[in-house]
Ligand binder design. Structure first.
Ligand code: NDP
Length: 684
């Protein structure tokens, strides 16, 4: 037997062992000691201060793209070392596919955040939120919402079931926001988190202090949180509520995000009778959710809601699958389901099943007897999947309240659609529910009925069977979290998750000054005319560089030529009587796309130069009709510059405003171009 590893915390720039021997953590499958854990002696107030003072400033000095590049480098470095994490993960009871969700799922989530940030956020330190609000008629006073990083630390208190994913899905958006993190993994599986944090620190990719780790209890840390800090929690509702009502969290209005018990449901549509592809998919999904990670997934299906007429066929099909699931040592070939995280957890799950039996009978599996393909049920926390059936779910309580955090689900029948929706709602708020149907009406009714009670709803049917990511997989671009019992929190959701660590502020003032704050040109701010801005490389181009073009008159011939050339002979352009009958027009009008085309003809600089490509337009609006004889003029202003890291070019957003001879804006949009970073200098 090997000597258990003594876990350390990484705080204030040092790997720090606890002062005491601490708790011994056992291998979930063999009962062998894996590690000891203790955090006594740590100065938690100093740990928080170190994060805020040492790392906060460095992270805030970086742009979103720089932070994204940092996460990408880190994700790739960790992926290169994944086998070491898989080996350690076996101690948690995770099979290779279970480990994949945690390890590669976690690293993949970090990489997705990095690439989405690169594509969706500006290369700045300030994130503008929404459009400029003009607060005066003469554009001398405007407002812009901005997002800036909290100047504290995010404390992430995680559950034992995903020691890696749980950390990475939270630190990725936090670091992108520019906020340092302190991670506190659940003790039971903290050795895996500790190993990964060691590898992260060794890469030297993160600024010192950006990630600290507490192995063991967080002591008095929460006493020292401020209104600039954030705390996230995943675990039991009981602990979550206790932490949420901590004095310092309440007094400082510290942001607190909680993800706790969730009685997720899967609903079989009335159309999905035995023999349909949806029925088979449903059976597969329920069995998979019960056995993956031995059911220790916050998103696992706990309640199986099915039409009464299908219940017998459903139970028979599930029983057959579950009984064929080999349970055993997670590293042994052929094992489909490993043990629970600990023997204590098995006692806990058995107790919860007894509570569920107040409302339901066991129809598959025996919680107290273990059939194994390998391993020892005395030493490892093994358990076979247990399926229950509740005949009267509408009047039952426990099945909608008790979360048995293991391979346990309860089947419940419904008679009409409303009843199925109501049963799902009885969970009082869950992370996810799925609806299996091929009927659009059923999909609509069920999703609208359950959505307010859930953070995510998956619709399963034959068309998406091959590509569906499944009921239980939270994805980086989608929100993860649920209302009510599920904790009321929200994580991930792509760039939405980054905002959780930033403050939204409405800034009001003169446009010139607002523009200086946001790094974006806005209406009313100074503009510089001179050399055609398309002659300037990124090295020369400045926000506010502007071109006011010559004017061009739109004629009847132009419109007819455009109509016949493109085939767009819509009546408003071609038929005088029909155009006049239209409530929006007094006469025939020019095509919107003709206006945009003429605008491009007016503003481009045709010679080869630093502008490499036009890759689109944003927010295009045609604001007033253009009649024959109207004269168009364009004002093009450099609005935002995003140099791309590791490339010879960057993106430039131009404010494009097309006016008529009366000075009215007839069209407005953002033109998006790729511009070279350098180009032979232009004589000014
Ligand atoms: P806990 O709520 O006990 O622990 C969750 C996290 O909180 C752990 O990191 C734990 O650390 C920490 N913690 C516990 N007490 C405190 C405290 N006073 N101050 C600060 N941190 C604290 O949950 P478990 O992980 O033990 O799981 C228990 C049950 O929770 C499961 O059986 C399951 O029902 C539910 N659960 C639900 C999940 C979900 O997402 N829906 C996920 C995981 C669990 P430590 O481990 O060191 O005590």
């Amino acid at each position: 037997m090997t000597t258990p590893r003594r876990l350390e915390s990484y705080v204030c720039g040092r790997w720090t062992p606890g002062e005491k021997d601490g708790q011994t953590l056992l291998d979930a499958a063999t009962g062998a000691p894996v590690a000891t854990i203790d955090s006594s002696g740590i100065d938690f107030a100093a740990t928080l201060a170190y994060g805020r003072e040492v790392a906060g400033r460095k992270l805030r000095a970086m742009t979103f793209h720089e932070r994204a590049a940092m996460l990408k480098a880190l994700g790739l470095a960790l992926m290169g070392q994944k086998e070491e994490f898989y080996a350690e993960s076996l101690h948690t009871g995770a099979t290779r596919p279970d480990g994949w969700i945690d390890i590669e799922g976690g690293i993949g989530t970090m990489l997705t955040f990095a690439s989405k940030a690169r594509r969706e956020l500006p290369n700045t330190r300030v994130w503008t939120d929404g459009e400029v609000e003009a607060l005066s008629k003469d554009s001398s006073f405007s407002a812009q919402h901005i997002l800036t990083p909290l100047q504290g630390v995010a404390v992430h208190i995680n559950a034992y079931n995903f020691p890696i994913w749980g950390m990475l899905e939270k630190i990725a958006p936090t670091l992108l926001a520019g906020v340092p993190c302190i991670v506190k993994p659940a003790s039971q599986t903290a050795y895996l988190t500790e190993l990964m944090v060691r590898r992260i620190i060794e890469t030297g990719i993160l600024p010192e202090g950006a990630l600290q780790l507490i192995s063991g209890s967080v002591g008095d840390l929460l006493d020292h949180v401020t209104g600039q800090d954030a705390v996230t929690f995943t675990g039991s509702a009981w602990t979550g509520r206790k932490l949420k009502s901590h004095k310092a969290i309440i007094e400082n209005s510290t942001r607190f995000t909680m993800e706790a018990d969730s009685l997720n449901a899967a609903i079989l549509g009335p159309d999905a009778v035995a023999g349909t592809p949806e029925f088979d998919l449903f059976v597969k999904e329920v069995a998979r959710e019960m056995t993956t990670k031995a059911g220790q997934k916050c998103t696992a299906i706990r309640r199986v809601i099915a039409p009464r007429g299908q219940v017998h066929a459903l139970i028979a099909a599930l029983r057959e699958r579950l009984e064929k699931t080999p349970v055993g040592l997670p590293g042994t070939e052929g094992t489909r389901m490993g043990p629970l995280a600990s023997l204590d957890q098995r006692v806990e799950v058995r107790d919860r099943i007894r509570e569920l039996q107040a409302d339901a009978e066991i129809v598959a599996g025996n919680p107290d007897e273990v059939r194994l393909s390998s391993g020892d049920a005395e030493l490892g926390a093994f358990m076979n999947p247990v399926l229950l059936y509740a005949e009267k779910p509408l009047s039952a309580e426990k099945i909608h309240e008790v979360e048995a955090f293991g391979p346990v689900s309860t089947v419940m029948p419904y008679d009409v659609l409303d009843e199925a929706v109501h049963l799902a709602q009885l969970g009082k708020g869950s992370l996810v529910s799925s609806v299996f149907t091929d009927d659009p009406k059923v999909a609509e009714e069920m999703v609208l009925g359950v959505a307010p009670y859930h953070g995510r709803v998956l619709i399963g049917n034959r068309a998406s069977a091959k590509t569906s990511t499944g009921h239980g997989s939270p994805l980086a671009p989608l929100v993860h979290g649920g209302p009510g019992r599920a904790g009321g929190g929200e994580e991930m959701g792509g760039m939405r998750g980054v905002k959780h660590y930033m403050q939204r502020t409405a800034v009001q003032g003169a446009p010139r000054l607002l523009s200086a704050v946001t790094g974006r040109w806005i209406e009313g701010a100074e503009a510089n005319q001179g050399v055609h801005p398309f002659r300037k490389s990124l090295a020369e181009l400045r926000i506010g560089d502007q071109l006011v073009t010559a004017a061009r008159t739109v004629t009847l011939e132009d419109v007819e030529h455009f109509a016949n050339f493109t085939g767009d002979t819509f009546y408003a352009h071609m038929d005088e009587a029909a155009a006049k009958a239209n409530p929006f027009f007094d006469d025939r009008v020019a095509h919107g796309y003709l206006i945009a085309s003429f605008a491009a003809g007016l503003f481009v600089e045709p010679n080869p130069g630093p502008v490499l490509a036009n890759y689109g337009v944003d927010h295009m609006r045609f604001l007033a009709p253009v009649y024959f004889g109207d004269t168009l003029q364009v004002r093009l202003t450099c609005k935002e510059i995003n140099p791309r890291a590791n490339a010879e070019h960057g993106e430039v957003r131009w404010d494009c405003r097309v006016t008529n001879q009366k000075g009215e804006t007839v069209a407005q949009y953002d033109v998006l171009t790729m511009v070279a970073k350098t180009w032979p200098a232009v004589a000014v």
